[in-house]
Design a protein around this ligand. Structure first.
Ligand code: ZN
Length: 272
């Protein structure tokens, strides 16, 4: 294949792989299907559950689940109401509290959200849990995992294309997806450690998280203080959650600036 033809093919792939994010409407590149990402997430989650210990703290396990379910119900009804239920494709929500002292939480692209017991010291009540869960749901519905993998795939493809005829690459799409998934969601030796998302993805997950909190009737105005408290803890540098979701003054300021817009999503006028 001539170089020009290869580049046009690459351009064609990019043009055909654009999506937009839920709520923020940002254009994004996604070359993998929801199904393939979802299947890889299912495998990873099953792997994680083999070694994780489910929490015996029934009160908080139930709380995490009921907050999560309340937010899913609100989100589903909102997106369905505006004809955007497609954003929920490939998502099978689940909310799990695990017995682990780490200050951590993560969400896989299939909607499996894991909350670690160590995070309860900061998020032990429903409203604080909603801050964490909303943010994690934000990553999932904005397809941040797919986007990150797609950007990597494109970099790799662009590197290969000059020397290889497209279609004869070393990996088929599924093998490539599996490899990129493993890079993006580095399970294995470090169980439950998801690589940090980019700053752009963090800010977007924050905003979407606030919108979902408002839809479900939680108090969004507690969010800046929640992050400040966690950041201000003298042990905060050892918190996995802050390492994968870096928080600083700028990020907290951006959250504060988004509050008024997020408040428009309250369904119940009482909260406004
Ligand atoms: Zn995040």
């Amino acid at each position: 294949m001539k170089k020009n033809a290869a580049l046009s093919l690459l351009l064609l792939i990019v043009l055909n792989s654009c999506g937009t994010t839920a709520f923020t409407g940002r254009k994004q590149l996604m070359v993998f299907s929801d199904e393939s990402i979802s299947a890889l997430s299912d495998e990873s989650y099953a792997e994680f559950l083999k070694t994780a210990v489910i929490s015996g703290d029934k009160q908080h396990s139930d709380m995490v689940r009921s907050v999560g379910e309340k937010m899913v119900t609100a989100l589903t009804s909102y997106l369905s109401g505006i004809g955007q239920q497609d954003y929920l494709g490939g998502l099978g929500w689940e909310f799990q509290l695990v017995k682990d002292p780490s200050v951590n939480a993560f969400c896989l692209p299939n909607g499996k959200i894991v909350f670690f017991e160590g995070l309860l010291q900061f998020a032990g009540n429903p409203n604080h849990m909603a801050i964490v869960i909303g943010h994690e749901m934000g990553h999932a519905i904005a397809r941040h995992g797919n986007e990150r993998m797609s950007q990597q795939a494109l970099l790799q493809t662009a590197g290969q294309i000059a020397t290889q005829v497209f279609g004869q690459t070393k990996y088929g799409q599924n093998a490539q997806a599996a490899e990129l998934f493993a890079q993006a969601f580095a399970f294995g030796t470090n169980v439950g450690v998801v690589l940090p998302f980019s700053r752009k993805h963090e800010y977007e997950a924050d905003r979407i998280g606030l919108y979902i909190m408002a839809l479900a009737g939680y108090d969004i105005y507690q969010t800046p203080l929640f992050w400040e408290k966690m950041m201000g803890d003298k042990k905060s540098s050892s918190f996995d959650f802050l390492n994968t979701h870096p928080a600083d003054i700028k990020r907290i300021a951006a959250i504060s600036e988004s509050l008024d817009e997020a408040a428009k999503y309250y369904r119940d006028p009482e909260f406004k």
